[in-house]
Design a binder for this molecule. Structure first.
Ligand SMILES: [Zn+2]
Length: 238
């Protein structure tokens, strides 16, 4: 009797499904599996460390490669942004480096304050929302280039994830040494973002980096403006 693929129900007579490539029999989890998983995380040919290295050295080229050639070597972009944001929040819970450079004032009961408080405790999701805003301006500024809005969003997940890591590393260093490093982190983070996105769009042109800079600023500005507006509207209704 013919067996059926566990993934797509196609009839299978070999070790792998001819239609979707899924193995006919899934091997049981054993010591080899665990070892293989650990090696995948730690090796430099793919996985998280490979992703971080690739995004540090040639962000533009590597992200283009992810979009057009190979989606297995870099980790999944949205997962990457959420994980790096979690690392950032975790380090911040231990060292509280954030109060030193981000502060918002206002009545503690206002809706706007609640919105910004939510942003601070949910960087992973807040970053994805911010990416939508920055992505909108980038799409507008680079509309002649062949990237659609979703490809730009995916690129932003990688770049913003890296800048979360930069903040996390400097936050950790500040927590351990007591030196005031978060302003340095802000400069490096912003420079990295501009450099990485500019390189992604058009490596050789200065204009590409200038447009990136403005799209970033406008993205942050429009997102905060909308948050303030929604907050004010809620307060008005209450
Ligand atoms: Zn199948």
């Amino acid at each position: 009797m013919m067996e059926h693929c566990i993934n797509c129900q196609t009839e299978v007579d070999q070790n792998y499904c001819p239609s979707c490539g899924h193995p006919r029999v899934l091997k049981r989890i054993d010591g080899h599996y665990i070892l293989h998983e650990v090696r995948n995380v730690l090796n430099f040919e793919k996985g998280i460390l490979y992703t971080i290295r690739g995004l540090s050295i040639r962000p533009g080229k590597n992200i283009r490669g992810f979009l057009n050639e190979d989606r297995n070597r870099l980790v999944k972009p949205i997962v990457f942004l959420i994980v790096t944001s979690l690392i950032y929040s975790l380090i911040n819970t231990f060292f509280h480096f954030e109060e030193a450079y981000i502060s918002y004032s206002g009545e503690s009961t206002s809706a706007t304050t609640s919105i910004f408080a939510w942003v601070q405790s949910n960087y992973g999701y807040a970053n994805i929302i911010l990416a939508v805003f920055i992505g909108f301006w980038l799409k507008l500024f680079f509309r002649k280039l062949p990237f659609n809005f979703f490809e730009i969003l995916i690129m932003l997940c990688f770049v913003m994830g890296m800048s979360m890591l930069i903040y996390a590393v400097f936050g950790l260093a500040q927590g351990l040494t007591g030196l005031k490093l978060m302003q340095v982190a802000a400069v490096i983070g912003f420079t990295y973002t501009t450099f990485a996105i500019g390189q992604f769009f058009d490596k050789g042109k200065v204009k590409s980096y200038v447009k990136t800079l403005f799209a970033n600023l406008l993205g942050m500005l429009s997102a905060s403006l909308l948050a303030v507006l929604i907050g004010a509207l809620i307060d008005l209704i209450r």
